[in-house]
Structures are given as C-alpha cells and as structure tokens.
Ligand binder design. Structure first.
Ligand code: URP
Ligand code: ZN
Length: 465
C-alpha cells in the first residue's frame, strides 16, 4: 500500500521558500513533503498540475455567511458559503460571531458555533463583533480568547443596526484586548460625517444609489482610521483595519507602522477591481457597500500597500445579499443592504489584476492570498502555506484558463456579480481540503459539515524587521 495518499504533481508550487516546479505529497490530512518533480510517483491518487500553479488553500479572513443586516438576509449560509469559498480555492474563512448589546460575549460565540459547526463546508474561525463593554462585560475576554476567538471587530458606525461602539468603549476594548494579546479590528468610518451627509442628501431629495458613496466620503474613512490608530497607540495595542478602501487611510497605516505601531490592514477585491464610476450605472445599487468604491488613485495606493507589505491580505468581505434584496433599497440609498458577494471570485479577480497584469509577483500574491493573513490571525503554521506538517489545503490554478464572469457566475441564487463582464484568468481547477479533493472543475465533491472550527492561537502582530 502506498504511503502517499495524494500527490499533486508537476506544478509550479508556491511555498514560503520560493516558487518552483515540484510535487506536493500528502498523507492523511497533512502535507508530508514537497519533492522534486517525480517524487509523487506511486501515490494512491495523483492530481496532475503540469502547466498549472499550486497554491496553499486560500485564507479569507472576512466573510459574513448567514447574516441578517439592514433588513435583509444573506443568500449564503455556512454550507453554501463554504462551497462557494472552496469552489474559489479558499479552504479557510474567518467569519463573525455577534455579541448583542446587553448579552455576554460567549453567548455570541456559542450561538454562532451552533449555526456553523454541523453545516460548514470549509474550515472556519470566528472574530467576535463586540457591541457592548458596559458593566463587567470586558472581563469575559480571556474566556473568548481561550475559546479560540482571538480577534475582534468593532464597528465605528451602524448605530441603527445596534453595532456601533463609541470611542470610549473602543479605547477600553483596545486596552483590555491588547493586554491579552488579542487583535481588535475596526470598521473605520466616521459616524458623524456620514449621518450629517446622509440627512443632508435625503433632505435635498438625493436618494439614488450614487449618493451612498457621496454620503460616505474618503474623509469619513481616513478620519476614523486616524482616530483608531491614535486610540490604539495610546492603549499600546495592535490594530487591524477591515476592508480598507481609502488611499489616504493606507498612507496613515503605513506611517503608523513606520513609527513602530502594530497596525495591520486588508483590502478587498472589489476595491481593487472597481471604482466609483460604478455608481453612475443603472444598476448602481448592486455596488453599494461600506466603505464605498473610491477612485483609481486610491486603487494605486492600495496596490502600493500590497507591494510594500502595508496591506497584509485581500479578503472578500463576502455579504451575499441577492439582486432582489439589493433592489428593494434602490429607491433610497440609505436602505440598500450594504455588501457584495466575493468569497468565490477572490482568486481569479485578485490573480488577474495582481499577477496576470503584472502588479505583484506570484510570491507577493500568495502572501496576500493566504500566508500573511494566516500568520497574522493565529492560523499558522497549520494554515496559509505549503509546508510539511501543515493541513493539506491546496488549490491548483490554471493561469491560462480564461472566463468572462457573469451575473450567474456565483454559486447559489445570488442573481448578480459585481464583477459581471470582467474577463479573468487564473481559474481554480482543483481544490484540496485536508487531503481530500473537494472541488474539481467547479463541482463540489465534499459533504455538508466537513469543515471544522479552528480555535486560533493569539495573533502574530510582530512587524517585519
Ligand atoms: O458593506 C459591507 N462591508 N457590508 C458587510 C458588513 C461589513 O461592514 O463588513
Ligand atoms: Zn465592516
């Protein structure tokens, strides 16, 4: 009997050590070794990756499966969202547990695990959305970290949704979480500017979707990032900025890191691929997310951030409200459910713009795709990179395959894609999850509930030397 259960052979393999032709050997759920081509001969199963690229399975640290938000529900739950992620070569997501105001943090974690554990198709971890630090609620943080939920999201906006944390609460949270080695991330937008601009636009009858973006100008994002960095520095705590869209925000983060502050960020495929011109389209409501799409100049600064390491990763911020749900709010921009689907097409959209169009090297791409986020969020060395002993999570990418994404390209009944019309290359052909081929040519071969909850170690918030 072969000692090797699976070999992915002959591909261009991206490892932390470099990029080169190799065979990846798998035993059970783990990577056994990376060998010279030919080393995988005799494996019980061979996936021929000749002419293809072999990456670690993607790590998408920002998904919103099974959410209700702004009166709408996501199409994806933990099964269908996990299948979409796996079809796109992502094998691990970090989703969110919600602490409701007046309730304990662990209530939120337990509730989310009940929703996810028996259904999730890919591996998953959780960030905790903290909405209330009153009374002794912060005392629960050590328990939360011990449950493997070692990072937090704090919303600086969305009071109507009962999500917003005010500055005093944020400062207290940064201090308490930072002392425990946890990482607080922010949805950074200035609530006052947005509320004022929204009220002004509505009073003037400016209700079309494009006014969503005008009511959330770049200054609202940059000011909130500036404030969050200041508070984190005063609390001597690390900080993460979710879904960075603003070039000025990127500059602020770069400057903070330059003075030794542990500030990290992600951007999203939609901020790299699309700009505010989308709000001039007839279907502009489909592009409503927060922060909104910005300018080509912002995109250039985000690319520079990825190139220089200021931006650790590219996460999807998948929020799969269907086309019908988005249309319900189209008459008045402030009622459109914020967010776009993206877990499935993170790979081809980002690969096309980054590698195929020459903005990043393959190694830089792989860092943002999986390795950097996995390390930052306490998933390494098990996840994020092809190395012996790691989980055998792999994606075989065909760099020559091309497709034009369409309204129906997403898995499930979403009914639109923000990338419809975009020609992409770098399509995933096979996804391996813990040593099993779970997607081949777009077909899901796994089963509901095959994913596992990942109790994460504390984040690695060291800055590069
Ligand atoms: O518009 C967005 N980003 N929707 C999803 C929720 C969030 O703020 O991440
Ligand atoms: Zn957010």
């Amino acid at each position: 009997m072969s000692m090797i259960d699976l070999a992915v052979t002959g591909g261009t393999v991206v490892t932390p050590e470099g990029v080169g032709r190799a065979d990846v050997l798998v035993r059970g759920e783990s990577i056994l070794s990376v060998e010279s081509p030919g080393g995988g001969r005799g494996a019980a199963r061979i996936v021929d990756a000749s002419g293809k690229i072999v990456l670690a399975g993607g790590v998408d640290v920002h998904t919103h499966f099974l959410i209700g938000f702004m009166g709408q529900r996501s199409v994806y739950d933990f099964h269908s969202g996990g299948v979409a992620a796996l079809r796109g070569g992502t094998t691990t997501v970090i989703d969110f547990a919600l602490q409701r105001r007046g309730r304990t943090m662990m209530d939120g974690v337990k509730h989310r695990r009940v929703q996810a554990d028996r259904h999730v198709a890919c591996d998953y971890g959780l960030h905790l959305i903290v909405t209330d630090v009153s009374g002794g609620l912060l005392d629960e943080l050590p328990k939360v970290a011990a449950a493997g939920v070692t990072s937090i999201k704090a919303y600086m906006v969305y009071e109507k949704e009962q999500l917003r944390l005010d500055d005093g609460a944020l400062l207290a949270l940064l201090g308490a979480a930072g002392r425990l080695g946890m990482l607080v991330g922010v949805h950074a937008e200035n609530a006052g500017i947005i509320d004022h601009e929204t009220a002004r636009r509505l009073a003037a009858g400016e209700r079309a979707p494009k006014f969503h973006a005008l009511a959330r100008p770049a200054i609202a994002e940059a000011e909130a990032i500036h404030r969050a960095i200041y508070l984190a520095e005063k609390a001597a705590a690390p900080l993460y900025v979710f879904h960075l869209a603003s070039g000025e925000g990127c500059d602020l983060i770069q400057a903070a890191r330059g003075r030794g502050s542990r500030v990290f960020t992600e951007t999203c495929p939609h901020y790299l691929a699309l700009d505010a011109d989308a709000y001039e389209r007839k279907d502009a409501h489909l592009f409503v997310m927060s922060p909104p799409l910005r300018t080509k100049a912002d995109q250039d600064r985000l690319w520079l951030g990825l190139k220089t390491g200021t931006v650790t990763g590219v996460a999807s911020d998948d929020a799969s409200f269907g086309a019908d749900a988005k249309r319900l709010g189209a008459q008045s921009f402030e009622t459109i459910a914020n967010g776009v689907p993206g877990a499935e097409h993170r790979l081809p959209v980002f690969y096309t713009l980054a590698v195929a169009q020459g903005r990043l090297t393959l190694a830089e791409f792989a860092h943002a795709w999986s390795e950097g986020p996995a390390r930052l969020f306490g998933l390494a060395p098990r996840k994020g990179a092809i190395r012996p002993g790691a989980d055998a999570d792999l994606v075989v990418v065909d760099p020559e395959a091309r497709a034009r994404l369409g309204a129906d390209s997403n898995f499930g009944a979403i009914g639109y894609s923000p990338y419809a019309g975009m020609e992409v290359s770098g399509l995933p052909s096979v996804t391996v999850h813990r040593g099993q081929v779970v997607v081949e040519a777009g077909r899901f071969l796994g089963r509901e509930g095959q994913g596992r909850f990942l109790a994460r170690a504390l984040p690695d918030t060291s800055l590069p030397k």
